[in-house]
Design a protein around this ligand. Structure first.
Ligand SMILES: *Cc1c(COP(=O)(O)O)cnc(C)c1O
Length: 453
């Protein structure tokens, strides 16, 4: 082990120097990948020197998500204490299904879940679990809702004509999950948004009424805290009133920006969250832990047991249900995703977590200010969002982002809303500073002035 740990340190040093000196890896065209890197297996073992060399060439070409030039998707950055926790979890290699094999790691997970349940105003009956990502957290939510309103679904399959609701701006996993749970994509109603991308409660109410009239059973509404493109926050309070009126499960998908619950300054963006039935948040997005760290909590833990518990004598050999996390999990064997968040949170405290969240909004303010002050830019996103959407000199966003990537200048993506395409930069890496944001724009300007579009 010691020998490999030494190699590991050498490789990490190499990675960190690459991040600094070549923050955007020169991309390898996918058609040339297998010709460029030695990825196939051989009959004989590889000698150590070649092994190290191969690993280094792979590291060199792998996109650097923690670099100061990465603004591409809704994660990134590296917070050391979180990375430390994840490395430790790999070394410990527990599975989270029972107290017998995970011991205090179970307590670590439960502490995080309890703290989150309390901070959003859920009652003592609340509990949750970790899922392998935000899509799977949403899956667990809609599955619990299905089983609550159609308990026979577990044994007989779907027996009702069920419908679910989510805004046009929400994440694609909602439609995908509708197919997984047997309700079907055609039963997903896409609710209109206002011009900021926030779901319209009035349209939701009207759509539900229409479905009821036609004999459907509306059972699930998904609201979003941080829509994928614009980073908009649906109005939970007004949506929850519609759900209450019709007795429908309300889930809040906070994969992207649900972490605002950790900041007194931004918690107001999810006002009314205590009226939801379930809530999910990805710590691997705003909190900057390594992938993946996704949490789902529900107001009444009986729904977790109803949908996910199974008797298994070979597994549950101690009678401590509350500590046998396998009974409330989507999986059987389950990776320890809690420790990395715990090491981060324990080391920086509640205040540190709050600062991580606030800093991202601060960086977004810096970016929006820059855009507003420079007439060559057009802004398409809004305040209180860490997605900053813009165009520069009317260059098609798709073209600009692809050219920046091909020339190893910047990693940034594009998106669209209401048929308008734009560059979407995200200020989700809390390790960045103001100067990195200014550099981002300066790099675009320099690049454009030396390129033909
Ligand atoms: C990222 C995201 C998801 C999916 O989360 P994964 O961890 O990538 O599966 C779901 N919903 C929203 C709003 C997201 O931003």
């Amino acid at each position: 082990m010691t020998k490999d740990l030494t190699l590991f340190t050498e490789l990490v040093d190499y990675l960190i120097s690459e991040e600094k000196n070549n923050p955007v890896a020169t991309p390898i065209d996918s058609s040339l990948l297998y010709d460029t890197l030695d990825l196939s297996f051989n009959e004989d073992p590889m000698i150590d020197e070649d092994f190290t060399k191969t690993l280094k060439s792979i590291i060199k070409s792998t996109p650097k998500t923690a670099s100061t030039s990465f603004f591409n998707q809704l994660f990134g950055g590296r917070i050391n204490r979180a990375t430390l926790g994840d490395l430790l979890a790999v070394m410990l290699n527990n599975s989270m299904y029972t107290y017998k094999v995970a011991g205090p790691q179970v307590g670590i997970e439960k502490t995080i879940l309890k703290t989150i349940c309390n901070s959003i105003g859920y009652p003592n009956t609340a509990d949750g679990t970790f899922a392998p990502g935000g899509s799977m957290s949403n899956y667990m939510a809609v599955l619990m809702a299905r089983d609550r309103y159609n308990p026979a679904a577990k044994t007989q399959g779907i027996t009702h004509k069920m419908t679910l609701y989510t805004s046009k701006a929400s994440h694609y996993s909602i439609a995908k999950n509708a197919s997984f749970i047997g309700v079907g994509r055609d039963q997903v109603r896409a609710i209109k948004t206002n011009d900021k991308g926030e779901m319209l409660a009035s349209d939701l109410d009207a759509q539900i009424a229409k479905d009821l009239e036609q004999g459907y059973q509306p059972f699930f509404v998904n609201a979003t805290a941080g829509t994928t493109v614009l980073g908009a926050f649906d109005d939970v309070t007004s949506i929850s009133k519609v759900c209450k009126k019709h007795d429908i499960w309300l889930h809040l998908d906070g994969a992207y920006c649900g972490s605002v619950i950790f900041s007194d300054d931004y918690k107001h963006l999810v006002k009314g969250i205590e009226h939801t039935n379930s809530f999910s948040v990805n710590a691997h997005k705003m909190l900057g832990t390594p992938l993946s760290c996704s949490i789902i909590v529900t107001k009444d833990k009986k729904h977790l047991y109803q949908s996910f518990s199974n008797e298994a004598e070979y597994l549950y050999q101690t009678n401590d249900d509350d500590f046998n996390l396998g009974k409330t999990s989507l999986q059987c064997g389950r990776r320890n995703d809690a420790l990395k968040l715990w090491t981060l949170w324990k080391s920086v405290g509640n205040k540190g977590i709050k600062n991580i969240v606030n800093h991202q909004f601060h960086l977004a303010d810096i970016a929006r200010d820059y855009i507003k002050k420079h007439p060559d830019y057009t802004l398409y996103s809004f305040d209180n969002s860490i997605s900053v959407c813009f165009n520069y000199k009317d260059i098609p966003a798709n073209k600009l982002c692809t050219a920046l990537y091909n020339d190893a200048e910047l990693m940034v993506g594009f998106g669209n809303f209401n048929n308008q395409e734009f560059v979407r930069m995200v200020t989700i890496n809390s390790c960045l500073q103001e100067k990195d944001i200014i550099n981002f724009f300066n790099n675009i300007e320099k690049f454009v002035s030396s390129t033909d579009f």
